[in-house]
Design a protein around this ligand. Sequence first.
Ligand code: LRH
Ligand code: MN
Length: 424
Amino acid sequence: MQIEKYKIQAHNDSLLAAHRRRIENSVSEIKDTEDIIQKLIDFQVAIPSWALGTGGTRFGRFSGGGEPRNLEEKMEDIGLLHSLNQSGGAISLHIPWDIPKNIASVKALAAQFGLRFDAMNSNTFQDQPGQEHSYKFGSLQHVNKAVRQQAIDHNIEVIRHGVDLGSESLTVWLADGSCFPGQLNFRKAFQNTLESLKEIYAALPDNWKIFVEYKAFEPNFYSTTVGDWGQSLLYANKLGPKAYTLVDLGHHLANANIEQIVSLLLMEGKLGGFHFNDSKYGDDDLTVGSIKPYQLFLIFNELVEGMEAKGMNHNTDLGWMIDASHNVKDPLEDLLQSIEAIMLSYAQSLIVDRKALAAAQENNDVTAAQEILQNAFRTDMRAIVAEARLRSAGALQPLALFRELKVRENLIKERGLKTIATGL
Ligand code: LRH
Ligand code: MN
């Protein structure tokens, strides 16, 4: 299903007067709105190909129907989202869940929907049918060289798919670790993983990046071989200039100060990108900004401060991706809400009075520093974000239009109730 431009135009026309009142009010209170709106227009977030269905948990999966049955239908759904908010112009594929069968037609489809291919994701955390060696006890860390080689070869094959599609980065997330004390020699596991990553690094084209994604626990529950930002940074530093760390917001131990981690990784020039989601307990993969919206704002505040300090391009110098899994929400509605939360936090971080904040920090004026940050966080930037969509021919209210046009009902008519999307 695609949403015709005239339907988006009609939607915007019906909301324009109210929007004009809101945007005039915002412009009167906020400085540099034109610069902010342009930054929002340029800011694109990659949608994970594995988050267009109902993932479910080990306790159950409750599909809402109309799920995409193949890569082409996944791209159609991401194209539909992008037509509504003009902020999701990229897709991140997971191999082998989304092996592109016909490169030419997949690239043509991406062009038709205005999508580019963001980071490719390898998968050495599941055994595929007919696979020679099992990843039960890990992949790149494995004590058996043959298992490590199988995982290295898979990552190199994923790079090849990415080159064919025009992607320029590989995300490596390893489930590798141990479930019980004594099961693993941590030093040997690190060295096996590093040696294996070096072979994958050597296969990277010159203009490519490799993102080493860390995670504290799950599916291993005693140790994880890339378990935190420090270990990921160790690998990235030992691999070379094309290697970076990747921060998945759900991959930290409780109460970790993620904004401080982001600030230091940016300072080191080793922050490669993000997997945005939200969580209350573990790797819950919930809607971005649905549980800890202030933390998301504080992370964007450090991102903007750090990127400005390094003269980085906000949109192209870091990998912006969502990584979510849906249990009780419509996957497409969930993704629309996630992008809105990201754009709002980014917009709020762009109005932080940085000169005043630096002065407050220099004077140890703790109260003033908090007031400056919370003033930005308490500023309603929804009209500004909507204006960026309007100027990009997106919908003023994407979620409302998604429901008004009965998109899910139409997808169920097209695809049926029982279709299952590959992925989580
Ligand atoms: C691991 C992870 C990783 C993906 C997977 C789908 O928890 O965040 O980024 O490979 O989810
Ligand atoms: Mn992730």
